[in-house]
Design a protein around this ligand. Structure first.
Ligand code: ADP
Ligand code: MG
Length: 254
């Protein structure tokens, strides 16, 4: 089955259970949004999918096209087609964007195959144009001194260059003004394809005005408490998160 599938996942950190029986499937070609209040475990889910070592999966499974990725190292997952855009991207002083991305693209090629510099730069500049990033950007150190918007744009540039099968975007909208938000959303929309599944994590409905999701899931207390179409996001925006905390008192699928 071509989907990213999370089955009854339980995740603990520092002896505290953060993800408490989460089940979700993102078929290839679809965009699924996860919305939820702060502290509900959205970033934890993103990091567990990517393979962050601090989080302990106590039970459940994460399958990519039928293969359990929880047994794979983070770099293996990335090469297999998982991509995570961080909520808080790291700065890498001394490593330029051009060199960083080149190493990342090279690492995905079969052993012994060399990335041609001219091909690489042609592709890089094409993707940068798509994201309205000035060329001078490539010679700056990764995220060092970047504005919030520049950092997020850089995450989407990585996504564009790496061609993953499934991308998890963790609050790619946070810290963006409306113009930067539109550029990022245009970038993501232009990458939508039958070959890419997207899990779009957001706190606010605003992003979903620009990246219209196929499905919306609401996460509270480490579980999906409600799923629907894009109208669920509008309902949530209107009624606020207190609505799901109170009216949806008992989560489904316990
Ligand atoms: P969200 O992204 O939905 O705001 P997070 O996944 O960041 O939520 O956090 C969920 C809960 O897990 C919070 O209570 C947070 O304090 C806790 N948590 C997350 N990461 C850690 C960590 N590294 N150590 C201890 N607690 C953590
Ligand atoms: Mg978060």
């Amino acid at each position: 089955m071509n989907q990213l599938e999370i089955q009854d996942l339980h995740v603990t950190i520092a002896d505290q259970e953060i993800i408490r029986g989460l089940t979700l499937a993102v078929p290839k070609g679809e965009v699924h949004a996860i919305m939820g209040p702060n502290g509900s475990g959205k970033s934890t889910l993103a990091k567990v999918i990517a393979g962050h070592p601090d989080y302990v999966v106590t039970s459940g499974a994460v399958l990519m096209d039928g293969e359990n990725i929880l047994e794979m190292e983070p770099d293996q997952r990335a090469r297999a087609g998982i991509f995570l855009a961080f909520q808080y991207p790291s700065e890498i002083p001394g490593v330029t964007i051009a060199n960083f991305l080149r190493a990342a693209v090279q690492a995905r090629l079969p052993e012994g195959e060399e990335l041609e510099a001219t091909d690489y730069y042609a592709e890089l500049y094409k993707k940068m144009d798509l994201l309205e990033m000035p060329r001078a950007f490539t010679s700056r150190s990764v995220n060092e001194g970047f504005s919030g918007g520049e950092k997020k744009r850089n995450e989407i540039l990585q996504l564009a260059m790496l061609n993953p099968k499934y991308a998890v975007l963790d609050e790619t909208d946070s810290g963006l003004d409306i113009d930067a938000l539109k550029v990022v959303a245009n970038g993501v929309n232009s990458l939508r394809s039958p070959n890419l599944g997207v899990l779009l994590i957001t706190h606010y409905q605003r992003l979903l005005d620009y990246i219209v999701p196929d499905h919306v899931h609401v996460m509270v207390g480490g579980r999906i408490v409600r799923s629907g179409d894009k109208n669920l996001a509008l309902e949530l925006e209107e009624k606020g998160y207190d609505w799901v905390r109170t009216e949806i008192a008992e989560p489904v699928g316990v």
